[in-house]
Ligand binder design. Structure first.
Ligand code: SF4
Length: 443
């Protein structure tokens, strides 16, 4: 009898890649991957453990799935991902609903872990050793999409004072270039049109392995893959954005003129409390260079407000900075104290109501900026990567090269012919709001 395994993946694109590796290794060992609800024998919950809200979502997901079954009967529940890497032993002790826990370094041995769970063992497989599966050719896509993430490295060495990732995922480790190129070629052969390269600090790619930054080479070689239409990367760090990288983005038409540059704040006092490299002046200098070098650049960033010690003056400095730079895309998050991080025990914690008020005020400012940017697109013809058809609204949807999936806006459009997911089509924009665009297919 073939054992059916269902996988639920939470959190970031890097976790999504891990989930597809889990699926590939299980298939390689004779398991079949099914939709979770389709009476799976084993359900793997690939959790996120980044911030409190994500941890809560992971625990709620486990409890909801556990309600699907009677005690000690299928589906067995195996917890994987960052939450189990961080709290594996506690989860097993405190949650009877769980039949096994495995860490982020055990991805390649998932089949053995499932074997043990099926044999009735309550498994704790969380190794400290920072292994990192390099060869992703085993990866099995969980659902079709014209877009695929490619994880080019694991871990982080930056130690931002509010972040637990280095403790969870270990130090920064790049994958070699060739296996990544093979993975890109393999994904494009399955019909993928857009590749998004991700890591904790993607712009640091190669430094640990080759003693030099290698993202430029990786992008150049990936962009040369026939059939690939769009190539982008997320999670840049200001101090590791090189001249070569800026040049390759500006020159290669397949590489989206899109830079995701999480900055977290603009006040030098707060940046140093966050243990972030690069001053506000350095960042402004970089942004001026990016805007001057890359035509029609879409600049995305994220900010944390309410960080311990943030004064009203620091916050006003951030608003002034946002108003000056006018990021095309920006997310603002209220600081959330992460257990075990230096920032969590810092003095001058900001009261919750002030945090929420600052998050709201900064997001309102960003909505105005984004709305003004989007209104400039009315009357323009934009290229859209089709992602699907919304039955309820009776219209297609997709994204422009200026929009990353899940975090940015969408384009909704009518068409007088059937268009398929993965097609790149011209759409004339006739409406815009602060996030999304609306239009019609150009004949
Ligand atoms: S760069 Fe900073 S915030 Fe990002 S993963 Fe590394 S330590 Fe965390």
């Amino acid at each position: 009898m073939v054992i059916k395994v269902g996988i639920v993946s939470l959190g970031c694109p890097k976790n999504e890649v891990d989930a597809e590796l889990l699926a590939g290794f299980l298939k390689q060992s004779g398991y079949s991957i099914v939709d979770v609800a389709a009476n799976a024998d084993v359900i793997i919950v690939n959790t996120c453990g980044f911030i409190n809200a994500a941890k809560q979502e992971s625990i709620d997901t486990i409890l909801n799935l556990a309600r699907l079954r009677k005690r000690n009967a299928p589906p067995y529940i195996l917890v994987a991902g960052c939450l189990s890497q961080r709290y594996g032993r506690e989860l097993l002790q405190e949650m009877d609903e769980i039949d096994g826990v495995m860490g982020t370094n055990e991805v390649a041995s998932v089949a053995q872990v499932v074997d043990r769970v099926l044999s009735g063992e309550r498994v704790l497989a969380v190794g400290a050793e920072n292994s990192f599966h390099q060869d992703h050719r085993v990866r099995d896509r969980l659902h079709y999409s014209p877009t695929a993430y490619v994880k080019v490295a694991e871990g982080c060495v930056n130690c931002c004072s509010y972040c637990a990732i280095p403790d969870i995922r270990g130090p920064f480790r790049s994958r070699p270039v060739d296996p990544i190129i093979s993975e890109v070629e393999g994904l494009v052969r399955t019909g993928v049109k857009e590749i998004i390269m991700v890591a904790q600090e993607t712009t640091r790619y190669g430094l640990d392995l080759y003693d030099e930054y290698k993202l430029t080479e990786l992008l150049r070689r990936s962009a040369a893959v026939d059939g690939l239409k769009w190539l982008r990367f997320l999670y840049s760090y200001p101090t590791s954005v090189t001249e070569d990288l800026i040049k390759v983005i500006a020159e290669d038409s397949k590489i989206c003129n899109y830079i995701d540059l999480p900055l977290q704040h603009a006040s030098n006092a707060i940046l140093s409390r966050m243990n972030r490299r690069g001053s506000k002046e350095d960042i402004l200098h970089l942004i001026d260079k990016l805007r001057a070098s890359i035509p029609n650049l879409t600049l995305r960033t994220t900010f944390i407000v309410g960080f311990p010690g943030e004064t009203e003056a620091d916050f006003q400095e951030l608003l002034e900075f946002m108003g000056r730079v006018k990021f095309e895309r920006a997310g603002v998050f209220a600081y959330s104290a992460e257990e075990g991080t230096p920032a969590a025990s810092m003095p001058d914690q900001v009261p919750e109501d002030i945090k929420q008020a600052r998050e709201k005020e900064a997001m309102l400012l960003q909505q105005e900026i984004s709305d003004a940017n989007n209104r400039l697109k009315i009357g323009q013809e934009v290229e859209v990567l089709v992602e699907g058809f919304d039955e309820i609204q009776g219209r297609y949807y997709g994204r422009t090269a200026a929009d990353a999936p899940e975090i940015d806006g969408q384009v909704f459009f009518s068409a007088n012919r059937v268009v398929a997911p993965g097609e790149l089509v011209p759409v004339r924009i006739n409406q815009a709001d602060e996030y999304d665009l609306t239009g019609e297919l150009v004949l």
